[in-house]
Design a protein around this ligand. Structure first.
Ligand SMILES: N=CN[C@@H](CCC(=O)O)C(=O)O
Ligand SMILES: [Zn+2]
Length: 412
């Protein structure tokens, strides 16, 4: 089945196949064709060009995109979409003055979600998670990473990872799976956290690997959670199973997690709200993608990732949602784009690069999604009639999307 879009006001993020990510100054460029056409066949992008070279004689179904923009669907490289229940009561507690850390210290936070997850049957976790996945796809997300981390027992972690696997089987978008057993120390291990690390490394990790349930390894490297030493231990163990790191670092404190991640050739280091000069230095000349999660900063009222400092060091940035029940109950990449521009002073070009091609890189999907490139998946956003791509982050409260295409098919 062929579909030909014509009169596209602007076809955005056109890249040669060899471009896997864009760094620093390159992120200011957003290659596009104005007044364009785009041909897709089945699930793939086949060809595109300016309307001056419109292929008149063809049998494709024609869609007139006059006044509309087309760009690759968002690539959300950091989510916790699989969870059970919600934490709106903690939200109210925070409004009444408690901090995220205080709530966690009282046994709330991640441990609260872990309790709910453990008590919820797997089928029910699947249904709740699938609803969230469908929601974000309608908001323009065409590829996503999902972590475990609310199980915190062997049974709970494997249950979450099986749910991710079921989502991979039922939904036709690229979904990457990450094992985050080291997300928080369960109450019963708090007097002996090393014992929990032993459980994660020696009991759960081998099962995750043998059952082929996750491609990536994650750890929350943070004061009160897991140390840099724990991080080294876990990442070394995971390497033996071929699992690459994508890790939570520098959310509240800079304790050396970035350096540790880079030493283990992390695919990405995520959060980065607190960044020292040494952290920036350690990312230079590496293949590790820094990932910012601005809707987490908004929701928790914590600092935003210092994007300008990172970009001025010629480093790349990817943007992701962090969709989870505690720090970011939103999977809306359109909001992420706006926050990156408004709060992190990224330009619209930088933000769109960060939310597409660089997000794809942070999931090792640069050959599949993230740009308008012949042969890539036709996972696309067609906007409503809007004046320019700058309008996307600018009109932050509006739904600017007309249609989302996944594998060349419009979803509703
Ligand atoms: N910071 C660690 N993990 C999640 C939050 C988890 C939660 O509060 O449930 C995050 O990335 O923000
Ligand atoms: Zn996270």
């Amino acid at each position: 089945m062929k579909t030909l879009f014509k009169n596209i006001k602007e076809l955005i993020q056109i890249r040669d196949p060899e471009i896997k990510k864009v760094d620093g100054l390159e992120m200011k460029e957003l290659p596009s064709i104005k007044d364009a056409w785009l041909l897709i066949e089945d699930d793939k992008i086949v060809d595109f060009g300016s309307m001056e070279s419109f292929p008149e004689n063809n049998t494709a179904k024609i869609i007139d995109a006059s006044g509309k923009l087309i760009l690759p669907a968002w690539c959300d490289s950091h989510t916790h979409i699989v969870y059970a229940g919600n934490r709106e009561l903690e939200f109210a507690d925070r409004i009444n003055g408690l901090s995220y850390e205080e709530i966690a210290n009282r046994g709330g936070g991640i441990l609260n979600s872990a309790k709910t997850l453990q008590e919820t049957p797997e089928d029910e976790v699947y249904l709740q998670s699938a609803a969230r996945l469908e929601e974000v796809m309608k908001l323009g997300t065409g590829a996503v990473e999902i972590k475990s981390g609310y199980g915190l027992t062997e049974e709970g972690e494997l249950k979450m990872l099986r749910v991710i696997k079921k989502l991979q089987q039922h939904y036709d978008i690229p979904i990457k799976s990450t094992f985050l057993g080291a997300h928080a120390i369960p109450t019963e291990y708090q007097s002996d956290p090393e014992k929990y690390m032993d459980l994660v490394i020696n009991e759960i990790l081998p099962k995750v690997a043998n059952q082929n349930l996750a491609e990536y390894i994650d750890i929350f490297c943070e004061k009160g959670y897991f140390s840099v030493e724990d991080t080294h231990k876990l990442l070394s163990a995971a390497k033996k199973y071929g699992m690459k790191p994508k890790i939570h670092v520098n959310q509240f404190h800079a304790i050396g997690g970035i350096k540790a991640g880079v030493e283990h050739k992390a695919l990405s280091v995520d959060h980065l709200e607190v960044m020292t000069n040494e952290d920036i230095e350690s990312l230079k000349n590496t293949e590790t993608m820094p990932v910012a999660l601005p809707s987490c900063s908004l929701f928790l009222s914590i600092p935003y990732t210092p994007a300008r400092k990172i970009l001025d060091a010629q480093l790349p940035i990817a943007l992701a949602t962090d969709f989870n029940p505690g720090s970011t109950p939103s999977g809306n990449m359109n909001l992420v784009l706006s926050l990156a521009c408004i709060k992190m002073k990224m330009t619209p070009e930088e933000a769109i690069n960060a939310a597409t091609i660089n997000g794809a890189y942070a999931m090792e999907l640069s050959d599949v999604v993230g740009s308008i490139t012949k042969g890539k998946k036709a996972n696309l956003i067609m906007t409503k009639k809007i004046p320019s791509y700058t309008f996307l982050p600018y009109a932050f409260g509006s739904n600017n999307i007309d249609t989302v295409y996944i594998n060349g098919k419009a979803i509703d």
